[in-house]
Design a protein around this ligand. Structure first.
Ligand SMILES: *Cc1c(COP(=O)(O)O)cnc(C)c1O
Length: 221
């Protein structure tokens, strides 16, 4: 396995301007994270609240921490004081919990709604009807401590790149529809978080502007 900073620079070289990189550091040590930090990266992502909190406490305060994994409503309180963005909002219940904790912490928490686009049905996420149900609700209109910045998805884990492309295109369709129906002329709803180590190049080709790359940088878990 090559060294982490070398991997990081290689990944960075493949990412065009206009696409932001979230370095996914789950299961990795603070030393490994600091190696990437020292290359200039400031945005890191974790998938578990109980792992994110101690890393936030130990590591430099200018890191922007993104929560990308499935999040239970009762765990929101641990990350609400500092989290920069929550990618994995997949229910009204969770959104309400985030809004409540945002209010307690006197902040507005940036969120992405996670969409289910994979043809396999093991992954979390909303379908388009559930998405419009949330965005069109009176309850959502009254939430002042969350801001929906865009959509997130995970594609099926498959060698079939045509299928992966098709799934990413579906997210772009949902994004465009949601933007014109619920956020017209609003430049806070701009983020399409799609693409991981094995498929981020495809995701970028299909219009991603935020990729979440872990193992290609830090090595396998
Ligand atoms: C782990 C994880 C990633 C990164 O996965 P890699 O394949 O290691 O790049 C991206 N997004 C989510 C939601 C994850 O849980």
């Amino acid at each position: 396995m090559g060294n982490i900073s070398e991997n990081f620079r290689k990944v960075q070289d493949t990412i065009p301007s206009g696409v932001s990189l979230v370095a996914i550091s789950k299961t990795k040590s603070t030393e490994d994270i600091m190696e990437v930090y020292d290359c200039g990266q400031r945005v890191f992502g974790e998938s578990k609240a109980q792992e994110l909190v101690p890393k936030y406490e130990e590591l430099p305060r200018d890191i922007e921490w993104h929560m990308v994994g499935h999040l239970q409503s009762n765990k929101v309180k641990y990350i609400a004081p500092f989290v920069s963005m929550i990618h994995s909002v997949d229910s009204m219940k969770l959104l309400k919990a985030i809004n409540k904790e945002g209010r307690k912490n006197e902040r507005v928490i940036d969120c992405l709604l996670q969409m289910h686009i994979a043809e396999e049905d093991t992954k979390f996420g909303l379908d388009y009807e559930e998405l419009t149900g949330i965005l069109g609700s009176e309850e959502f209109a009254k939430m002042n401590n969350i801001r929906i910045r865009g959509l997130m998805c995970m594609a099926t884990y498959t060698e079939d790149t045509e299928q992966v492309s098709r799934e990413f295109r579906q997210l772009i369709k949902y994004f465009d529809q949601a933007r014109s129906n619920f956020f017209p002329g609003d430049d806070t709803f701009t983020i399409k978080s799609m693409g991981m180590s094995d498929d981020y190049e495809i995701a970028i080709r299909e219009g991603s502007n935020m990729v979440r790359v872990g193992s290609r940088i830090f090595g396998s878990r």
